[in-house]
Design a protein around this ligand. Sequence first.
Ligand SMILES: NC(=O)c1ccc[n+]([C@@H]2O[C@H](COP(=O)([O-])OP(=O)(O)OC[C@H]3O[C@@H](n4cnc5c(N)ncnc54)[C@H](O)[C@@H]3O)[C@@H](O)[C@H]2O)c1
Length: 363
Amino acid sequence: MTTAPMRAGIIGLGIGAAHAKGFLRSPHTELVALCDANAERLAARAVEYNIPAEMCFTDYRAMLAEANLDVVSVCLPNALHAEVSIAALEAGAHVLCEKPLATTLEEALAMQRAAELQQRRLMVAYNHRYRADLAWIRQMLRQGALGKVYNVYAWWRRESGIPSSGWFSQKRLSGGGAMIDIGIHMLDMALWLLDFPRVETVSGQVTAHFGTRGLKTWSQARWANDSTAEPFDVDDGAVGFLRCEGDLSIHLHASWAEHRAPREDIIHLELNGTEGTTVLHVVNYVRDGTLQFYTQLAGQPVAVAPNVRWEGLYGHEALIVESMAALVNQQPAPSDVRHGVIGVQILEALYRSSQLRREVALE
Ligand SMILES: NC(=O)c1ccc[n+]([C@@H]2O[C@H](COP(=O)([O-])OP(=O)(O)OC[C@H]3O[C@@H](n4cnc5c(N)ncnc54)[C@H](O)[C@@H]3O)[C@@H](O)[C@H]2O)c1
C-alpha cells in the first residue's frame, strides 16, 4: 500500500529556504504552502518552489487554517517560536522548529506540553549534527577509541559576524545574542555526541564590546523586520562552563565578533578522553582537513589526520530527510523536543549565572 506524501508548509523564508530543500528532497513530503510576513520575499520563494499564489500566505494563522498541513517548519525570529509552534501543533501538524527551541525555559516547556497534548511531534533543527566529520567522531566514541571523555571544548568564534538584521541583536525578539544563536549549536553537538550527560551546574559570562558600537557586523542584504533603530542589547561574546555528571567538564565559547584574522569564522569541538583526543576544527566552513585524532601507541604519542569523505546529504537536507522518514516509520525523532528544552534550560542558566555572577545549579 502506498500512502500519500505528507503536506509540508514553511513559516519564515530566510533559513526556511534550507527547509524547503529538505522537504523537496524527502520522498515522504510534498512542499505545498509558504508563509512570510514579507510579501516580496514570499513571492520570490513561491516562484523558486513553484507554489501557487493561493498557497502563499503573509499570515501564518490563515495558512494553518486553510492549507491542511501535516508538517510545518517554524523558521521565524526566536521570540515567535513558541506562539507559532503551539498554533501549528493545535492545528494538527507535526512541527520542525528552528533553534533555539524558545527564548525561555517556560516557553520551551509549554511547547513540549502542547506536543504531548496534541500527540504531534515537535522537533528541533539541529542541522550541525549532520556533518560527515562529526559522524566520524561519533563512531570513534561508540567504538570506545577515546576511552572516558572528561573534557569538551566547544566553540564557534567569528571575527566579524554580527547578524546585521535587527531582530538578532534585540533581546525581546532573540532572547540573547551569540550564545543563543551559534553557541547553542556547539552545546547541542557536545551533548549529542556524549548522549546527553546530566549537566549539574552552569557558569557564564557574557560581553558586548562590538555590537554596542556598531562594529563587526555581517554586511548582508536582509529582507524584513529590520528594526535597526532599536539598540543592540544582547551578548556578542559569551563563555560558559558546565559541570556534568561523571566529572565531565564542557567549556563553551560563542562569539559573533572579536579581534582575530580578518573574516575568520571557526567552529571547534575538542573531546579529551582517557585513551584519545579528537579535534574538529572548521575554518570558514571548509569540509576537508577538519579532523585530528591524538592517542598513544607503543608508549609514544601519535597524531592521525583522518580524511573523511562527504557522501550523501548533510545539514538541513539530511536532518529533514531523516526526520521525515522517522516520522513515517514511527521511529524516535533524531532531534527530539527534549533536546531543544535542555539547550534552552542550559543557556537560560548561563545567562542568569552571568547576571548573578555565580554558578547556577540545574534542576
Ligand atoms: N539552524 C541554522 O543553522 C540556522 C541558521 C540561520 C537561522 N536559524 C534560525 O532560524 C530562525 C530564522 O532566522 P533567519 O536567519 O531565517 O532570519 P531572517 O530574519 O532571515 O528570516 C525570518 C523571516 O521571518 C519572517 N517573519 C517575521 N515575523 C513573521 C511573522 N509574524 N509571520 C510570518 N513571517 C514572519 C520575516 O519576514 C523573515 O523573512 C531563527 O530562529 C534562527 O535562529 C537557524
